[in-house]
Structures are given as structure tokens and as C-alpha cells.
Design a protein around this ligand. Sequence first.
Ligand code: NOJ
Length: 740
Amino acid sequence: MKINLIAIAICIAFATSGCAKTESTDEKVDALIAKMTVQEKAGQLNQYSGFEILTGDIDDSKISDRNQRIKNGLLGSVLNVLGTEDVEQAQRYAVEQTRLGIPLIFAFDVIHGYRTIFPIPLAESASWDLEAIERSARIAAIEASAAGQNWTFAPMVDISHDPRWGRVMEGAGEDPYLGGKIAQARVRGFQGNDLSQPDTIAATAKHFAAYGEVIAGREYNNVDISRRKLWETHLPPFKAALDAGIKTFMNAFNEFEGVPASANTYLIDDILRGQWAFDGVLVSDWDSIGAMVTSGVIEDDAGTAEMALEAGTDIDMESDVFVKYLPELVEQGRVDEALIDKAVKRVLRLKFELGLFDDPYQYIDAEREKALILAPEHREAARDMARKSVVLLKNENQLLPLDKNIKNLAIIGPLGDNQFHMNGFWRGKGQAADVVTLLEGVKAKISNNTVVRYAEGSGLETMDQEKLADAVALAKQSDVVILAVGEDADKTGEAASRTNIELYPAQKALVKAIHATGTPAVMVLMNGRPLAIEWSEANIPSILNGWLLGTEAGNALADVLFGDYNPSGKLTMTVPRKTGQIPIFYNHKRISRPLDDTRYTSQYVDSSNDPLYPFGYGLSYTNFSYSAIKLSTDSINLNESLEASVTVTNSGKRFGEEVVQLYVKDMVGSAVRPVMELKGFEKIALKAGESQEVKFTIDADDLAFYTRDMSFKAEPGDFALMIGPSSISYESVPFKLTVN
Ligand code: NOJ
């Protein structure tokens, strides 16, 4: 029988009131805080990685020291302690061996699945399917919580315009509106309706803020942007996550206006805690507090603790400075204990909300763990999410979908039969052995009469003349080649910036050699970022952006390649022609000398300005036609709204899904306005020949922006409303916003 020591402790604390049922969480938390020493309080604000807590192979002295700290109540949460067995061991230290028995929170980067790995988040965003994205996060939470986890460091809601930055794989692309919607879907999925349930976990909006702006796309680099850019581009998805009830935020590694994010009073105190009234937990990024010494804004570790706490950061991940220095800082009168209490209160409140005080072991259920991890229905959902994430970039002469009765099919390329890379970066507890490769998926799909052969052709980055020759020979004997090329999973994600986002030279050479054989080729790109494949776009007849799709990658790709699923993904990040075009994004501001055919306009002398593939772009095996836009009125005042509608018809021969996109352009603004901004979208499913009316509503709130004086409001005047299948293909109609 589990004895609920905490509940008893709390009841004792409330003995005079008879342990009344009406005690609010805040009262319970306050009662507990009243019993804590400063050192224990600092402990609650301390977070270590479990790699060094429970496993014996790193540094023995550290391990026992850290274990001892759990037992002394000097640790409030851990990350990277995984699986019910290890979680239970650590939780027992905390609950049974510390003076107050306060349970630990167990955190992990559950970014796109725990063991059943879903597509990387950038891929999922290309589905524009909020329900599917929510389901993906839900399943990740179900599996993670079944393995004892209570908290994920996701979603990363950083907007980025720079595919050199490896972490774009972890985000939802370049658009703040879409990014906000996706952030909300993921928060709903992770947190569910009731955080105290054992199958929900707290979510984290990270990295607060503007981390997507690292200079030159280089990880951990500085950021230097205006407040305007911060508010227009970077804050909206954070605010959206907050509106969806997200429980925690994480600091960023970067500075903003000269002050590291972990101690940035403008970001934390003014915006997050002040204007947005967020009273949940703010956790630092890994050692981002201690690293302020390296940044040179403070001389010593104690000072970093003081700065971060005072700004409003609650939990110190891995710097070890809160637990070490806060007690002495209080003693020296440098830190007010009341400030520590505030942070502790937020941490304890989260523990209550997670249900950990009711039952610290409720997430620890080995039976559940066994039954739920990699459950068949989770794999099925991962396959569905994966095929929805694929973007058809090119399909000359309808080479795709392929015929299942094709005689000789070749799969060529270093990723054609690879399990490991399909799981992408941030693969949780995903195992390569669980993954269905492209070759396996295709073999399971085609008829018995088809001969499928595989040749690696090259390494991911290394040329091999022998492999190349074998691949060329195979291509020559085949009716169609599927080229599986792209990126090493570990060269995407954290600490994986690239200076060149083209295919690696070895793979380029392979693609060219296969093309030279004359055998029709379908390219399946397996990537963690947009890749600049200008040569392939010009020469390879069909191209699928197949991302790194997770456990069911091969099955999902086979579904798309052979037409059992009609691709419906649309890009959420612009694909440049050349690395040198970065940053490139659809919703850039209007410029004083826009490109025309004269020299002294904004352009490159060695490349087109146009992207290779624009935001919102993606093809289907069917065709969709759009009717003219109907507006309910072409003039509204600040209190009115207008309805814009189009009828979309599936004018092709097969069932398909279409993402109908609504953009708005403000013709004149007191501050320079974007050329267009996404303001709505709807994903619809249509049988061949079927039509559907899609309606959008626009009001003054949708037209509001940060005006010249940075107040957020709509300015009356002329606008254009655009509806269409992508950011470069639409009909545009004018409307007016008038004063009341
Ligand atoms: C550093 C990363 O920046 C952050 O996103 C992640 O959650 C932490 N490490 C913990 O692993």
C-alpha cells in the first residue's frame, strides 16, 4: 500500500483547521513553505540532469554527491531520469528520505514522441493539421507519462528565418500566426484537460525569447534585434501558448538588448510576469544562469544566481548556483527571502497541479509503461502524422504516384534503408530498431511481381566510387529510381548549424549520376531543415520533401509514393535557392526599392530573389480550383467584421486535401508593414469533383499591428485580402477599414 506522506504532512500543517477540503492549493503551498529552511527552498529551485544522478558511468563522486543532495532535499526536479524503475528510485529518495518528503518533478525533452517517434516538429507543422498535431503531442504525453515523466521541454515556439540554424527542425516554421496555432495544439496535446491526470504532462514554451534570431544561424550565438521585431515576430507564439494555459516557460541562451535572457528583466519581469501576468514556472536553459559569467555580465557564480532570481527565473537547470548560493545571498542581505518564496511557490504549485502531492507515484506504473509504450495505435497515429507531413514539391508528368506493379524499382541513396536517421534529432527514447525504413515500407507496399533493389550510392557525406558505380548500374536496370537523400539526424537539431544548406557534395554527385542514366527518378528528401536543391528542382522530375518522419517513416513514405495517401503538406518555411539568400521569408516588410527590371532595386546580381519553394506551397495528386472571392462587405469599421468566402473544387480525379490560406496586406501603415501576413487557414478534404465553401471572418483585431509608437491597434485605411493555395498563388480583393 502506498502511504501518502505528503498528504499527511499537509494535513498536519492544517490540523487546526481540521484538514478542511476547501484549502486552496495556494494555502497548502504557503503552509509548506512556512516549514522550509532557506536551503530547502533553494533546493526546490534546483534541477539536475539524471545522467549524473542514477547512472554510475560518469563520475562517481558527482553521482553520490548529487544523490546525497536529493536525500537532503536539495533538488526539486530532474531531467533525463527515464523509465518507471529509475523514476521510482529517485522519487523514493525525495519522498521517503527527505525531511519534508516533497516529490520531485521528472522532466524530459519529449519533442516529437517518447518511444513512438513522430515526424520532427517542422515536418508536422507542414501538415497544417492542428488536430493531428495535438494528437501527436497527446500520444507523446501518454507514453512519456507512462514512463514516469511529468514535464516536457516542448513546444519550442521560436520563429526562425534561418535554416542554417539546426533547431529549425524543432519549431513550426517562419510564421508567427501559424506558429501560435501549432503551439496551442501542442500545449493541449501535452497538458490535456486536467494536468493532475497521470497521462498528462506540463508543457514548456521555449526559448524565451528571440532565440530563433541567433546571428548567422549559429547555435548559442548572440541575438541583436529591435523590440519591434521581438513583438512582431517572436512573442506571438509565446503569448498564444500562454493563452492555451501552458504551465512553464524556458529562458533562452541568448542575450536581448545586452542582457542574457535568463536575467533579462524586460523579457521576464516586464513582459512575461508583468504585462502577461504569467505566474507559472520559468526554468533556465541548461546552465544558462551560470553561463552569464562566461558572457561577462557578472563576475561570479553567486552574482548569476542573484541576477536570475531577481529577474524572475524560478528553476536553475544544471548551473548549480541557486542551491549553492541563494542561502548565503539571503544571509548577506543581497537577496530577499520573499523573492525565493515566490519562486518556490510557483514550483510547488506545479507539483500540486501535477497531482504529485496527492500521489507522488501516480506516474509510476510499470504495467502502464509496458502496455502503452510503442502501442500499435500509437504507431498508426505516427504513420498518419508522417504522411500528412510530406510535401510534394514537384511532379512532372505525374510521375507520382508510382504504380504498385512496376517491374523493376530501385531505391538509391544513403538514407534509403536507414533506421537511425529517420528518428531525427531529439528522438526521446526512440530506438532505431523500431523504425520502418523506406526500403521496408516500399517492399511491404508493392505487388509480388515487382523487384525492389537497393543501393547506397554514397555515404551521407563521403563519396565512394564503388558504391556510386553499383548505384548507377542498378539505376540503368530499373524502370524508376527512388532517390533517398538528405541529412544526418545529428547534423540537425541542437548544436547543428550549417553554413551550406545544399545537399552534401557526395549526395549531389550521386543525384547527378543517377539522373545521367536517364531512368526516371523520384527524389525523397529526408531533411531536418529546408534544403537548397536548385539543381534537383531543375532536373529531377518528382520531388517529395520527406523530412525525418520517425518510427513509421518508411510506411508513410510508401503510402505517399504509391498513392494510398495523396500528399497534402504545405511548406511552413521558405526554401531558398541558395544559402546566401538566408534570411528569406514570405512576410518580409515592404521595401523602398522593390525588385523590378532595373539595376538599382533590391536584388542579387548572381541569383533570383525568389525562393526555390515559397511558404504555403505544396502540390497534390489532384487539382483544386478556387472560385472568385466573395466579400460580405468591402468596408468595415473598427467594431465590425467581414466575411470572405471562396468555393474550392477538387477538379482532379482523386480524393485530396487542400490547405486554403488567407492573407492580408495593409496598404499604408504608420510603421512599415509586411507585404502580406497569414491571418487564417483551413484544411479541407474533397472527393474528386466535390466542392466546398470556405469562410473566413476578419475584424479590426486581425488587422492590428505595432504602430509607430508601438501601440497595438488597427489603423483605418486600405487593405488587400488574399485567398489561395500558397503565399504566391492567390486572388486579391481590396477592402477598407474605416473609423467608427
Ligand atoms: C538545451 C536546449 O536548448 C533546451 O531546449 C533543452 O530543453 C535543454 N537543453 C534540456 O535538454
